[in-house]
Write a protein that binds this ligand. Sequence first.
Ligand code: HH2
Length: 285
Amino acid sequence: MTQGPAAQGDKRVGSLIQVPDPVLMGILNVTPDSFSDGGEFFGVKPAVVQAEKMLDEGAHIIDLGGESTRPGSDPVSPEEELRRVLPVVRGILESRPETKISIDTYRASTAEAALDAGARVVNDVTALRGDSRMAGLVAERGCPVVLMHMLGEPKSMQQDPRYGDVVREVRDFLAGRTEYAASAGVREENVILDPGVGFGKTLRHNLQLLNNLDVFVELGFPVLVGASRKSFLGKILGSEDAGDRLFGTVATSVIAYERGATLFRVHDVRANKEALEVAAAVRRV
Ligand code: HH2
């Protein structure tokens, strides 16, 4: 199995991230239907304002998505996805030219256009399975790529997901995807792994993954966690409204950090950043 660069204690991700961990990735969904912030930042101006706010709060990366992958969602057309995200990439870079934008897409055409416009990371929830051109594109551009685990597809993934051993199966899947990425020419220092909280997982599966993140860290690549405001938190807390899950989200960030995760994909940058700064200070003593 491939052992990535983090195995040697190097927290750098490709040519992109040379900041100390933890790395905060602020979520920006320009969709009418995302589970938490759907519709809120639909349109270039509100999206750019939200990106500026997250950058001011200390986000290192803005993760921009134009298609919801919430359970039960339908895909949008490639043209529509591009129409949503491209003006926002341009708008953010016009306002804050140094911004590291990650494009949350599984389509090579969308990723390519966003990279051409100045995005620097590809966040692929299908781990390079959704589009046969994606691996080649990422390899050619030499950009960091997030490889995420998902069981099935968004439309049906939450209908009775089953595993023999969820931690082992997700780990084996991610290890296999790192090998695929390497075979396509993706440099190992550009690979980020993500167990895919909420993507074809029950509450128990999500908790088992969070509790065993060190297993993924041991693969030797930086690990990203995207638990922000997700419905498993609502199941624990009894909160129907995704906006009421901030404190639960912060708990997941600190726990994930303690188990070795490096990148945190969150809606609420300031709260998660402050909690992680405290956790990092404790670790440094
Ligand atoms: N979760 C979502 C979308 N993209 N990417 C990664 N790498 N990891 C995640 O956990 C992840 C992701 C879903 O959350 P969100 O973007 O908030 O909602 P929606 O898909 O409804 O737009």
